[in-house]
Design a protein around this ligand. Sequence first.
Ligand code: HEC
Ligand code: HEC
Length: 329
Amino acid sequence: MSWKTKALPALGAASLLAVASTAAVAGDGYHERYSNFFEPLPYFAPIPANNSLTPEKVELGTMLFFEPRISASGVISCATCHNPALGWSDRIPRATGHDGQVGDRNTPTVLNSGFFGAQFWDGREPDLEGQALGPIEADIEMNMPLDEAIARLEEFDEYKQAFARAYGTEAITPERVAHALASFQRTLNTPNSPLDRYLRGDLSAMTDQQKRGMAAFVDNGCTACHNGPALTDSLFHAIQVPGSSDLGRYLVTGDEADRYRFKTPTLRNVALTYPYFNNGGTETLTEAVQVMGREMLGREFDSRTNADIVAFLHALTGDQPNVAIPALP
Ligand code: HEC
Ligand code: HEC
């Protein structure tokens, strides 16, 4: 046994050898040329200095994420719209919240959201801490004033104890709620997709069609915006997807140049998170790829290229987080 296999007991000698030998085979004609355009998804999202990630905060954040009693109706939780069984989204075009009201926008997945450099379609919050309290108060989401949400949590000794375990004292504050929700969401990552395994040297992790799709994705310029570990630049680009009159980033900045600009969404797990675009107006990946080619790149893909790119997008589905639904007090 060499020192290397001893130092990495969790991987096991067999899997190390397997990776080493596949990487050693002469290339597949794609890996050398295209793998540098992508980054494997790390197992952990970056953790901000002011919100250390601890098991106690994650445990509390899990409870809060599934807690419907912080909504005015008492029946809507974060997980209503970010449903673990539906790719942590809702599979409907536009979210339905308090009193059955339909919002203006499609629910994005919260998977890998710790890797995004901006939150919401219009980037109105920079990070998960800033994002967390918005939906509780939003009248078309959970419609609950924060002080009332906190008063409800204070009714339960179990919550006071969970806050004490996470933060040292029983006090329930908006900041603590936000930090716990952010911590939980930072654990919802999906590493180990076929693309990740391929990038790490397992040349058989993607099919030939997926490799052709990867090449088309790079050669046609999709990586100009869909790049980095979550395949988003977290920047805003002008587009009017079919059926949308949403002004996007302009609503946040008031800057004319931001009209119809939207944040590049992650493409990780995109096969699970239909329908697509800010208005959820596009049902299939085939259509979404066609819209992107046309609107972003001025290209009409033939059906074979489109199918190859769609096959590649399926290679972005990773290991899903194994979250046990918490028992709430
Ligand atoms: C009624 C449905 C609904 C509920 C309830 C809800 N969300 Fe959302 N969530 C949405 C929609 C719709 C958006 C996109 C809104 C926008 O961009 O303007 C969103 C966006 C987000 C984002 C940004 C993701 C991205 O790609 O930018 C995060 C993170 C998030 N929600 C977490 C939460 C948390 C945490 C809760 C509970 C406190 C919650 N949501 C409750 C529908 C919902
Ligand atoms: C100029 C930047 C840019 C380029 C280039 C680009 N995209 Fe996009 N992509 C975006 C933005 C912004 C959106 C969100 C648009 C919206 O909903 O209004 C998006 C949305 C998508 C979606 C829908 C994701 C979802 O969850 O709703 C898919 C799929 C997609 N792009 C794939 C591609 C492919 C494939 C290419 C290359 C053919 C490509 N994109 C090129 C910026 C870009």
